[in-house]
Design a binder for this molecule. Structure first.
Ligand SMILES: [Mn+2]
Length: 479
């Protein structure tokens, strides 16, 4: 075992011991977790862990951690708090507002400042493990649950879903790597997950093939993504049967020959559109199948499970997502499926909106600015920024997208690195720029976010453009 991992596991052990001690004292636990798929998966893991310990708990899901949220927590009785997939960026705030509260932070975002005295802080970055790529918030939470009891190894699959939700599948064959690799192995050994190499069509377990192809946005396939009619034409050209009797076939049922012929037609189509062929190769990658879930449900495929959780979080139905992670497969699943459909519809609409008219995505000296204003929902802005950044043809600049959160007088900003970008720390850029504008920001090097006062948007964008430029410049002189 590498020294880095050893340090991380020791911290996980300390958190597990702390939970055990809380149990002996008969505490009621407050869990507070992040709104995205990773955060909901983390909430599910810690919830099931506490449930198995017979510890009473309550889960609260938050969009972000700010002074308001922390003050609300401070006004409640001082029951122990577990932060999952959030907290490390706000150590000072936590120390100031929550003195005397027993606290565990299980996060993978880069820590800012020092953990206050007495707070148990488990974060891969403290041990030289790259939290943006190697392990998710759900992964850190899983390591703790596993230290609590080996029986919790059967929760590893949720940590895989969390890592996929945080787009950590950046290793070979679009697989998970680093500490995640070990977590995947736990999930395999406990009979929950099987890995295979396959076409990564969106909705591979649930959607008719033409629709799955049209709904695939990562990679974005010009002339195919969002174009159901053209997809139908392409599939019939490939000689692929769409129905089995009355039932639509799904991508998971495609035979090897069918997949090969479909793939070569997609490649031809992209070439004809002047798109590089390597885009098509991003369509082939590691599929994580949750073998205990019913076929033809979105929970059967790890990525689709993650996007279902994400949809629940973004459309104000976080509770549904948590229920599913806690094991509900009845009405919660049915409802969540509807939420997912609605979310995908909105996302596709928004993506077409982005590229429909010039000027919505504006090229500046060092960044692309996506002016979402009140046209992009603040709930979608992060996902839209990710999709835009990963689908810009040869983009060497990060994408900075913002949307108004009018009722709070704020703009929500998401910064994302595209595949062609030079390595700079967007989390640091977001934090410095946001603080200079009276807001808060931070995050990973490749994906960061900020909330800033509405009237400061222009100032913020200029500052980000400049900060990114300075950092790109530094990289050049070192090279
Ligand atoms: Mn996360």
């Amino acid at each position: 075992m590498s020294g880095e991992l050893k340090g991380l596991l020791e911290a996980a052990r300390e958190a597990a011991d702390t939970i055990e001690a809380w149990r002996e004292q008969g505490f009621h636990i407050r869990v507070i977790s992040h709104l995205d798929a990773d955060g909901l998966a983390a909430a599910g893991i810690i919830g099931r862990c506490l449930y198995r310990l017979d510890l009473p708990f309550r889960i609260r899901i938050a969009r972000w951690l700010n002074e308001e949220v922390v003050r609300e927590l401070a006004e409640e009785p001082k029951n122990p708090l577990i932060f999952t997939d959030m907290g490390s960026g706000y150590l000072e705030l936590i120390g100031q507002e929550l003195p005397g509260t027993p606290i565990i932070i299980l996060d993978h975002h880069p820590p800012v400042g020092e953990a206050p005295e007495g707070v148990v802080h488990v974060n891969p970055h403290l041990f030289g493990v790259d939290g943006s790529r190697e392990i998710s918030g759900a992964g850190v939470t899983y390591l703790v649950a596993r230290e609590v009891s080996q029986d919790n190894r059967d929760l590893a699959y949720l940590a895989v879903v969390g890592a996929l939700g945080d787009l950590q599948d950046k290793y070979g064959d679009r697989g998970l790597g680093g500490v995640n690799e070990q977590i995947v192995r736990d999930a395999e050994e406990t009979g929950r997950i099987k890995r295979s190499l396959d076409l990564l069509l969106y909705g591979r377990e649930t959607k008719p093939i033409h629709r799955a192809l049209a709904h695939t946005t990562n990679p974005f396939l010009p002339g195919i993504s969002g174009e159901e009619d053209r997809c139908l034409a392409l599939l019939s050209k490939a000689g692929i049967k769409l129905k089995e009797g009355d039932r639509w076939r799904t991508p998971s049922e495609l035979t090897r020959e069918e997949k090969e012929s479909l793939f070569s037609l997609i490649t031809e189509h992209l070439l004809a559109q002047g798109v590089k062929v390597d885009r098509a190769f991003k369509l082939i990658g590691t599929v994580y199948t949750l073998v205990r879930e019913k076929p033809a449900t979105p929970l059967r495929d790890g990525r689709e499970f993650a996007s279902l959780l994400n949809a629940c979080g973004r459309l104000d139905r976080a509770g549904l997502g948590v229920s599913i992670c806690l094991g509900d497969r009845t009405h919660a699943l049915r409802e969540a499926q509807e939420v997912l459909d609605e979310y995908r519809r909105k996302l596709m609409e928004t993506m077409s909106w982005v590229f429909e008219e010039k000027g919505r995505l504006q090229e500046r000296e060092n960044v692309y600015v996506l002016h979402g204003k009140d046209q992009i929902s603040e709930r979608l802005v992060g996902t839209v920024a990710s999709l835009t950044a990963s689908n810009m043809p040869g983009a060497a600049k990060p994408v900075v997208a913002y949307a108004y959160v009018k009722d709070e007088g704020l703009a929500k900003v998401s910064l994302r690195m595209g595949p062609g970008c030079p390595p700079i720390d967007l989390g640091e850029v977001a934090r410095i720029a946001a603080e200079a504008c009276g807001g808060m920001g931070g995050g990973h090097d490749v994906a960061a976010g900020a909330q800033i006062p509405l009237e400061k948007v222009d100032e913020f964008l200029e500052l980000v453009d400049r900060l990114v430029g300075e950092r790109v410049g530094e990289g050049d002189t070192q090279a």
